[in-house]
Design a binder for this molecule. Structure first.
Ligand SMILES: Nc1ncnc2c1ncn2[C@@H]1O[C@H](COP(=O)(O)OP(=O)(O)OP(=O)(O)O)[C@@H](O)[C@H]1O
Ligand SMILES: [Mg+2]
Length: 230
C-alpha cells in the first residue's frame, strides 16, 4: 500500500501517469479518448483546452470520483482503479484539490475550514492549529483566520482554498480553473501562489480554458481538444 503519507517518492518518478484513458458517459459520448500524459515529481504542468474539452472529466478520474471506461491512471505508482473503498480517502489525501470559486464551507471560519480537513484526515488534535496557521501564513491570510468565507474577497477565498488543499502536504495539487471567477489581479495572485508552492516541491496540474492567462508561463503545456491530447 503506497498511498499513505510515509510512502517514499523517488526523484524523477512519475507522480501521475495517465495511459490510454477513455471516458464514455452514458455509453455514447466520449468525453476522453485515448488520453495519455504524465506529471513528474515537482513539475508544473498546464492542461489547456476549451469548454467541454474534457479537463474536469480527467481530474474526476484522477480523484476516483469517476472511473475510466478504458485505460489506467496511476498516482505515485498505484493504479487508482484498483483501490478499494477504504483506500480512496488516502488517495485524495495525497492529492490537493482546488476548484473554481474555492468551494469553502460557508458557515465556518477560514481557520475552521482548514482544521476540518485536517480532522477528517485524522490529524492529531494538538497539530491541527499549528498546521492550519502554517498553511494560512503561506498564502498570506493568517490575519483573516477568524473570518467567514463571505467576509473575504474572491481572490482571498481562493487562496484560503489553496491553503486547505496544502495542509496534508499533497504530492500533486490538482487545480481546476482556480482563477475561473477572479479578476486579472486576483488571478495573477493565485498563479503566483501556485508558482511559489511549486518551488517548494509540490507538483501541480493546472487545468484552464484561459489561454491568455497562462500564455507567458514557463511550464510544460498539454493541449486537450474534444477529449483528445492535441
Ligand atoms: N456526468 C456527465 N455525464 C455526461 N456527460 C458529461 C458528464 N460530465 C461531463 N460530460 C461531458 O463531457 C465533456 C467534457 O466535459 P468536461 O467538464 O470534462 O470539460 P471541461 O474541459 O472541464 O470544460 P470547461 O472548460 O467548461 O470546464 C462535455 O461534453 C460534457 O458535457
Ligand atoms: Mg471543467
Amino acid at each position: 500500500m503506497q498511498l499513505n503519507e510515509k510512502a517514499p517518492i523517488r526523484s524523477e518518478e512519475a507522480i501521475l501517469e495517465v495511459k490510454d484513458v477513455s471516458k464514455i458517459y452514458a455509453r455514447k459520448w466520449a468525453a476522453l479518448q485515448n488520453v495519455s500524459l504524465q506529471v513528474n515529481r515537482g513539475e508544473f504542468v498546464l492542461l489547456v483546452g476549451s469548454c467541454g474539452a474534457g479537463k474536469t472529466t480527467l481530474i474526476r478520474l484522477i480523484t476516483r470520483e469517476e472511473s475510466p471506461t478504458a485505460g489506467t491512471i496511476r498516482v505515485v505508482g498505484e493504479d487508482v482503479s484498483s483501490l478499494g473503498r477504504k483506500a480512496i480517502p488516502y488517495l485524495r489525501r495525497r492529492l490537493g484539490l482546488v476548484f473554481q470559486g474555492g468551494k469553502l464551507l460557508g458557515d465556518r471560519s477560514i481557520f475552521e475550514n482548514i482544521a476540518f480537513t485536517l480532522r477528517v484526515t485524522g490529524a492529531k488534535k494538538r497539530e491541527i492549529s499549528k498546521k492550519a496557521m502554517t498553511a494560512l501564513t503561506l498564502v498570506g491570510l493568517a490575519h483573516k483566520a477568524g473570518c467567514l468565507p463571505s467576509q473575504l474577497s474572491g481572490g482571498e477565498q481562493q487562496r484560503a482554498a489553496i491553503a486547505r488543499a496544502l495542509v496534508n502536504k499533497p504530492v500533486l495539487l490538482l487545480a481546476d480553473e482556480p482563477t475561473g471567477n477572479l479578476d486579472p489581479d486576483a488571478s495573477q495572485e493565485v498563479l503566483d501562489l501556485l508558482a511559489k508552492i511549486n518551488r517548494f516541491g509540490t507538483a501541480i496540474l493546472l487545468a484552464t480554458h484561459d489561454t491568455n492567462l497562462v500564455s507567458g508561463l514557463p511550464y510544460r503545456r498539454i493541449e486537450i481538444a474534444n477529449g483528445q491530447i492535441a
